[in-house]
Design a protein around this ligand. Structure first.
Ligand SMILES: Cc1ncc(COP(=O)(O)O)c(C=O)c1O
Length: 432
């Protein structure tokens, strides 16, 4: 028998080490291994509301024309199809209440289409942040983005936030502290999920949108500290005020990168997201994107452009809002019913997919906690531990929150999942 040759180890890059420890992979594995567990963890959109009919009809129409079909099947450009970027600007004009795209004060050169908005978030980090640079984020914030920051070796600094979002006075204080410590040159970005934040469901209050801009401008002595506005859930509004984007509050269009997506409002499988940003930044993002893929899927971009032009998009999103509003209401009603006698608080979101729940401070919710074990193993219900959504040293992160999603389950299952969760919380409180 021939001898097995010595197999030297792989030697991974620093970037690979920075990209380790993806909590999302653990959650997905848990879901697959425990199919009878009702998941309030999955942040997915509801399968039943996906626009199969619209996509079938529009793609059949497009593919029936040979020339169009060939164009869709060909490479596109790094920034994305011109036709699709034009459609996106038209769409943005409607969201911003502008009469025409020209009124937005930007042009096609300011728009980049990406593979979901996640790719845009990642590219922005790559072109603005060197290892050790700082991005200020709300507490809590979107945990995947914390991974993106870690992936480029950047530091996330938590800005205290309340039920109206990031607190501008606290951002001011933290930037002043960084300045005193000589670290202001490292502060490059402020990341805000401006509508119905994942995980907290909180929206940034209207007056805070302008106030945040004013603060970053005041500390931009040596370079522009950019605001990265993630408006992923903007179109999923069920009630509450129609808020202007942070991007629209900056008339100069120089201080804010607006990241949006068709994942929540239409289909995450198409992976079409987009960013609107100053032209020099759009060029930088495209240069970097050129190294990755020289363009996201042209086919999907042209499909979305046709869907937007076809007039059925709005009707579809209206249907989504009705469906998710009913689910949100089911979750809130179940919270009232099952948690009323427990020392628990929750936030009522005006949109999005999440309800944020807070337990007494001494009750931990993490993967290793008695509550998580009890919930998944005994009561058969799963949630996302809140601690994943906080930046900073592990030992200083709040550990008593839960992110509950009403996106995937139907109202009767949401009710049952909340009943199970209350049972797990009650049992854990009794033992703690
Ligand atoms: C706050 C937030 N931003 C961005 C994304 C990225 O979504 P996509 O890449 O599908 O556009 C998500 C997805 O869940 C999200 O919750």
């Amino acid at each position: 028998m021939s001898e097995v040759p010595h197999m030297p180890d792989l030697r991974f890059s620093q970037r690979r080490r920075w990209a380790a420890d993806q909590a999302i992979a653990y959650l997905m594995q848990q879901a697959v291994e425990n199919p009878d567990v009702l998941s309030l963890a999955a942040g997915l959109v509801d399968d039943r509301t996906l626009p199969a009919g619209i996509v079938r009809e529009v793609s059949q129409r497009l593919l029936a024309d040979d020339a169009v079909a060939r164009r869709m099947l060909q490479y596109g450009t790094t920034a994305g199809s011109t036709q699709a970027r034009r459609a996106v600007l038209g769409h943005l004009a409607r969201l911003e209440g502008a009469a025409t795209p020209a009124e937005l004060g930007v042009s096609l050169e300011n728009v980049v289409l990406t593979t979901g908005s996640q790719q845009l978030l990642s590219l922005v980090c790559e072109v603005l942040l060197d290892p050790g640079d700082i991005c200020l984020v709300a507490a809590p914030t979107y945990f995947v983005f914390l991974g993106t920051l870690a992936g480029v070796g950047a530091r996330a600094v938590s800005v205290p936030s309340d039920s109206r979002g990031m607190i501008p006075g606290e951002l001011d204080r933290l930037l002043a502290d960084l300045e005193k410590a000589g670290e202001l040159p490292r502060a490059k970005l402020v990341y805000v999920v401006s509508y119905y934040e994942n995980p907290s469901g909180v929206s940034l209050a209207a007056e805070r949108r302008r106030a945040l801009l004013e603060v970053v401008q005041r500390y931009s002595h040596q370079h522009r500290i950019m605001v990265l506005e993630d408006a992923a859930y903007r179109e999923l509004r069920y009630d509450g005020p129609q808020l202007p984007s942070v991007w629209s509050c900056d008339e100069s269009r120089r201080w804010v990168i607006l990241a949006q997506t068709f994942s929540k409002s239409f289909s995450p499988g198409l992976r079409v997201g987009y960013g609107v940003m100053p032209e020099e930044l759009a060029r930088a993002v495209c240069d970097r994107k050129g190294n990755e893929d020289f363009g996201s899927a042209n086919f999907n971009q042209l499909l979305i452009a046709e869907v937007l032009a076809g007039g059925r998009y709005e009707e579809h999103v209206e249907g989504l809002r009705r469906s998710y509003r009913a689910k949100r209401d089911a979750m809130l009603a179940a919270a009232e019913r099952y948690f009323a006698d427990l020392p628990v608080r929750w936030h009522r979101p005006d949109g999005g997919l999440y309800v944020w729940m807070t337990l007494p401070e001494h009750v931990e919710t993490g993967f290793e906690s008695p509550l998580f074990r009890r919930a998944t193993q005994v009561d058969r219900v799963m949630y996302v531990p809140g601690e994943l959504s906080f930046a900073g040293p592990k030992e200083r992160r709040p550990r008593n929150h839960l992110r509950l999603s009403f996106g995937v389950l139907q109202p009767p299952q949401i009710e049952e999942a909340m009943r199970r969760l209350a049972a797990a919380v009650r049992a854990t409180l009794a033992e703690s």
